[in-house]
Design a protein around this ligand. Structure first.
Ligand code: ZN
Length: 364
């Protein structure tokens, strides 16, 4: 018998001003706290984090700057610091890579991690999964962790102040939950768990369709509104639940193309969710969906500032670059999840179809 193991975060605090509960949350987990994240993320949260810890009389050991790549070397480096400094509770801030590396390092030394995302680029803050890369930024693997974060603090006020392209990335990655799950799930094999994953992923789509434009507006203004809260719930909670319920087996051609893009130096550094968001459109084209359906998806991507043209991902992507990207995507397990055999030519044509349909003024 196959046993399903569902790993949830122990607590989730969401909404505006959620950071006000961070100190009490950390105080229950340990007395010596360290903050880890990228430079900008630390600058934006450190004063609030220190104040929260002080209110609960938790010692703040200072911050450690994430090196920028979620590779095994960085995970080991962080774990060494946690051990030698006697850290009892870790606060992981920043985006997916910083949070993923910190979660894996926390697990390696058995220290609880509280996530405090400062950008909404992925659902990493709630999952027990780390996306590992090689030191040069090429994708390595999805590394499952035995436990999830001790708590996730998702503060809409904080996330409203991040640059818009991170929200767009989160939207692109979250839309993939529905587009990919729909593409790969077999309705004749639908169990309760798969049904929850499917329903959650569809809810992600519905919320984004309804609220994305207003949520983007909130971030442009730097001020949270209800639409942003709804979209953040989709990005973190419902997308996270899809990942948890489907045991990670929810990815398809959009994530395969993302992995392909990490094989190309021109696109490697574009945010995960922006590449996946573009990959979604190629997935729909690959599935042979109608022009009308593709145009609806393109319009939603454009309203969310998700790239819809190769030239919006990077300047000067050549035919040779595309060959490398497509070849790599074909070798990934994500592409293997797609029904039927996918061939090079089919992906190349799907990309071409998206290019033509997403032109600002389509030629007739
Ligand atoms: Zn993703």
């Amino acid at each position: 018998m196959f046993t399903h193991r569902l790993v949830f975060p122990a607590s989730v605090l969401r909404g505006r001003g959620a950071i006000k509960h961070l100190g009490a949350m950390c105080g229950r987990l340990g007395q010596r706290a360290m903050l880890v994240g990228g430079k900008r993320a630390i600058a934006s949260v450190e004063a609030k984090v220190a104040d929260q810890l002080e209110q609960q009389m938790v010692s703040y050991l200072g911050s450690e700057i994430f090196s920028g790549e979620c590779c095994q070397e960085e995970i080991n480096r962080l774990a060494d610091i946690f051990r030698t400094q006697g850290v009892e509770v870790i606060i992981a801030t920043g985006g997916g890579k910083a949070i993923d590396a910190t979660k894996a390092a926390g697990v390696a030394c058995n220290i609880p991690v509280v996530t405090l995302p400062s950008i909404a680029g992925t659902c990493s803050a709630v999952t027990s999964l780390t996306f590992r890369y090689h030191q040069d930024g090429q994708f390595r693997d999805m590394f499952p962790l035995p436990c999830g974060p001790a708590a996730a603090v998702i503060d809409a006020d904080l996330l409203a102040t991040a640059p818009l392209h991170w929200l767009s990335a989160g939207i692109g990655d979250t839309l993939a939950k529905w587009y990919e799950y729909r593409a790969i799930s077999d309705l004749t094999q639908l169990t309760g768990l798969a049904g929850v994953a499917r329903t959650n992923s569809e809810l992600c789509y519905t919320l984004i369709e309804h609220f994305a434009a207003d949520a983007c507006f909130a971030v442009q203004e730097g001020k949270a509104n209800n639409a942003l809260e709804q979209v953040l719930d989709a990005i973190f909670l419902y997308a996270g639940l899809t990942s948890i319920m489907s045991n990670g087996a929810h990815t398809g051609a959009a994530h395969a193309l993302y992995e392909g893009f990490t094989a190309c130096a021109k696109t490697r550094h574009v945010a995960h969710g922006l590449l996946v968001g573009y990959g979604n459109l190629c997935l729909l084209a690959l599935e042979g969906r109608s022009d009308e359906e593709l145009q609806t998806a393109i319009a939603l991507a454009q309203a969310s500032a998700v790239p819809t043209q190769l030239s919006q991902l990077a300047v000067g992507i050549t035919e040779e670059d595309l060959a490398v990207i497509i070849d790599r995507s074909l070798s990934t397990p994500d592409m293997g999840n797609m029904p039927g055999e996918i061939e090079f030519g089919a992906i190349r044509s799907a990309i071409e179809r998206v290019e033509l349909l997403s032109l600002p003024e389509p030629k007739h």
